[in-house]
Design a protein around this ligand. Structure first.
Ligand code: 2U9
Length: 344
């Protein structure tokens, strides 16, 4: 019986040695140490042994069982350790490896230009005012000295939603609304950036939806020279201290007198190039003294209050600044275009 036990022990230990998985070990354990196992079988034969032999065989059998159990335990620990090693090796990260670049987005070029312009005017004491993109005919036109049937209305083809509601064609209604909220008391000093809509066929320089930034100052004794000063500061901060500005007479229904502001070309410094169409000057914005009708309609006494206003297109400024030749790039969401504006 002891030989049988010894043979079983060696057989079991060999199998344990060859075992490659915890499952194998579990099978061996059941096979050898289990109720139906050969060792149990052998021990069932203990009854036939003499009283002297029984304790000897019994002790030997326990020794076999413990040897197999210990070997099983050790092999289990070795396989588990190997599994952890393998897992670590498989999962170990080489910390010297460069990390996977996190695709960091960047501000849309239009947003960058609008924020730069906003910061400029905020630094001059303006506050940002916003308003509805779906506007009433009154605030988009009448309050701006464009009564019903006024020919200038057609200059801006509008997206009417109802007879009285339209997608605003400029952000001026925001200023008209803001002035009303002042109940005829100055000062008003705001800029109103935002989306505007004109029923235009999209091409390289026109888009049915584009951005605008308008500004307004209303107070007692506001003069044209204040407008010139603000525009000059804006031009030098935005396009370079060496910039010169030029104001040319113009016409807008909501300002009188009206001007357009040019800056000396930042490419050729006025000598003439393709950017400035060989004029040396680049038109940037329109402006003027707020028309008395507009002041009165907003509840301000035009005899006591005066004001100036201006309006610009951020797309135009961004196209000049970055040398972009087609306005549609701003809206095509083409990452190849947008990625170019990643801050260093
Ligand atoms: C009120 C009174 C006056 C806003 C003004 C302009 C001149 C102007 C253009 C710029 C680019 C339109 O998108 S654009 O083509 N705008 O030139 N805008 S004065 O005048 C106002 C606005 C509100 C109450």
């Amino acid at each position: 019986m002891q030989d049988r036990l010894q043979a079983l022990k060696e057989e079991a230990l060999l199998k344990i040695e060859q075992a490659e998985s915890l499952k194998d070990l579990q099978d061996i354990k059941v096979a050898y140490l289990g109720k139906k196992g050969p060792i149990t079988e052998v021990l069932k034969g203990m009854g036939k042994l003499s009283a002297e032999e029984r304790p000897v065989v019994g002790a030997f059998a326990n020794e076999i069982r413990d040897a197999i159990t210990t070997s099983l335990q050790e092999k289990t620990e070795r396989l588990e350790a190997q599994a952890i090693e393998a897992k670590l090796a498989q999962e170990s990260i080489d910390v010297t490896l460069p990390g996977r670049p996190i695709a960091k987005g960047n501000a849309h070029p239009l947003t960058a230009v609008i924020e730069e312009i906003e910061d400029l005017f905020l630094s001059m004491g303006f506050t940002v005012a916003e308003g509805p993109e779906v506007e009433t005919d009154y605030y988009n036109f009448e309050a701006l000295n464009l009564p019903k049937g006024h020919p200038a209305r057609d200059m801006q083809d509008s997206f009417f939603i109802t007879d009285d509601l339209l997608l605003r064609t400029q952000t001026s209604p925001v200023q008209a609304r803001t002035m009303e909220k002042h109940h005829g008391k100055g000062p008003v000093k705001i800029i109103s950036p935002g989306k505007v809509y004109r029923r235009d066929d999209d091409d390289a320089t026109h888009s049915h939806q584009f951005m605008q930034i308008e500004g307004l100052v209303v107070d007692e004794n506001v003069r044209m020279s204040d407008l010139k000063g603000v525009l000059e500061t804006f031009a030098k901060k935005m396009f370079g201290e060496e910039r010169k500005i030029r104001l040319r007479p113009s016409f807008f229904p909501f300002t009188e007198p009206s001007v357009e502001m040019d800056i000396s070309c930042f490419k050729c410094s006025g000598k003439g190039c393709s950017i400035c169409k060989h004029t040396g000057w680049i038109e940037i914005l329109g402006a003027g003294m707020v028309h008395p009708n507009v002041l009165e309609m907003a509840g301000f006494d035009a005899k006591k209050y005066t004001g100036f206003a201006f309006g610009m297109g951020p797309e135009r400024i961004a196209m000049l600044k970055y040398g972009i030749d087609d306005i549609r790039h701003f809206y095509s969401n083409d990452l190849r275009f947008l990625k170019q504006f990643k801050k260093a």
